[in-house]
Design a binder for this molecule. Sequence first.
Ligand SMILES: *[C@@H]1O[C@H](CO)[C@@H](O)[C@H](O)[C@H]1NC(C)=O
Ligand SMILES: *[C@@H]1O[C@H](CO)[C@@H](O)[C@H](O)[C@H]1NC(C)=O
Ligand SMILES: *[C@@H]1O[C@H](CO)[C@@H](O)[C@H](O)[C@H]1NC(C)=O
Ligand SMILES: *[C@@H]1O[C@H](CO)[C@@H](O)[C@H](O)[C@H]1NC(C)=O
Ligand SMILES: *[C@@H]1O[C@H](CO)[C@@H](O)[C@H](O)[C@H]1NC(C)=O
Length: 368
Amino acid sequence: LHGSCFSDVGLWLHDKQATEWGVDESTRRSCQSKGKTEDECQNYVRVLLLNGSRLFTCGTNAFMPMCTTRPVTDISSVLESIGGVARCPYDPRHNSTAMITESGEVYAATVTDFSSRDPIIYRSLGNMPPLRTAQYNSKWLNEPHFVSAYEVGRFTYLFLRENAVEQDCGKTVFSRVARVCQNDIGGRFLLEDTWTTFMKARLNCSRSGDVPFYYHELQSTFYLPEQDLIYGVFTTNVNSIAASAVCAFNLSAITQAFNGPFRYQENPRTSWLSTPNPIPNFQCGTVNDSGPGGNLTERSLQDAQRLFLMSEVVQPISTDPLVMQDNIRFSRLAVDIVQGRDTLYHVMYIGTGQEGIKCDIQCCALWF
Ligand SMILES: *[C@@H]1O[C@H](CO)[C@@H](O)[C@H](O)[C@H]1NC(C)=O
Ligand SMILES: *[C@@H]1O[C@H](CO)[C@@H](O)[C@H](O)[C@H]1NC(C)=O
Ligand SMILES: *[C@@H]1O[C@H](CO)[C@@H](O)[C@H](O)[C@H]1NC(C)=O
Ligand SMILES: *[C@@H]1O[C@H](CO)[C@@H](O)[C@H](O)[C@H]1NC(C)=O
Ligand SMILES: *[C@@H]1O[C@H](CO)[C@@H](O)[C@H](O)[C@H]1NC(C)=O
């Protein structure tokens, strides 16, 4: 389990190093003059990524997010400083995540503004043009809490929870997996500087029964690439009775949902309907291959603008969760594969506890 309860950024380096990265006086004063507390007006590191021999790191910098690049061998020396907006949240409590690809692009899932109202999945730096999710469009992202991001083949997968747009009555949070192509270059005229390959699907983690009991809220994930499995910790809403579960999802089940039909709402007064997938076996391959002037994307931009919510729900590998526990909130997990006498065991280390409460590795479960 990495890091503290407050922030799950963390890295293993070969040697132990320490450095200070504080906020300058005028930035701190400006932060406090906007009504933030002394505590909030510190620099909280929320992005910490290894890029070859360099460390790429961003901090909230008293609500003026900033990023730096440093040599791994000497983290006190700053090679470059750049703005952190859309890479790091202003508010240290915002649930953001970031990932760096092998070719050096940063994928950040965060908010771009002081009041955390403008969520974004943003690619920047490296060799690809910057791209973002559509702005102020709650169908793309609706008050999301981002959990994790992974590079899988030519896709970047993102895990999050958000208010369900497709649910008409009352406010429900759904957990999602979202996906974009790493070779997406954005649209032209339509969806300019915006993803043309963005799709998302709901994740189901529930206890079966006449009326299934849903663990709606994804809290953390752990990816086992060699098994094509994503483990997720899910809980009930903070305002309801505490209950937690661990579900695992097969990457092939996720792909199957993305190859299935979409859910689409013609206008805000009509209901959400299922509509066939125009490209049921979508690959990232052709997005860049047609060259300038050619077909920029395999998906038509009109489709890309309205078809991104999948109709099918991703089901976990087992009917019931692998672990269920009431009256407790799981927060994080890590999974280790251990060779037993005649089988491989998946050993889950499950963390509990929230910000401000002591963290604990509460239980250890086996699955094989
Ligand atoms: C981030 O997630 C944690 C754990 O689910 C939650 O307690 C916290 O309120 C979230 N942060 C914000 C700013 O909503
Ligand atoms: C990561 O390193 C590569 C190669 O040096 C570089 O092209 C890329 O811009 C770097 N990315 C970041 C985020 O610093
Ligand atoms: C979620 O899984 C449960 C248990 O298998 C099942 O009863 C329920 O129909 C599923 N819900 C959705 C929305 O797929
Ligand atoms: C994941 O899906 C693949 C392909 O359908 C299957 O071969 C594999 O057994 C599944 N893994 C688990 C753990 O269910
Ligand atoms: C571009 O791709 C779309 C969708 O596959 C297709 O309908 C259209 O005919 C293509 N246009 C050109 C100029 O190749």
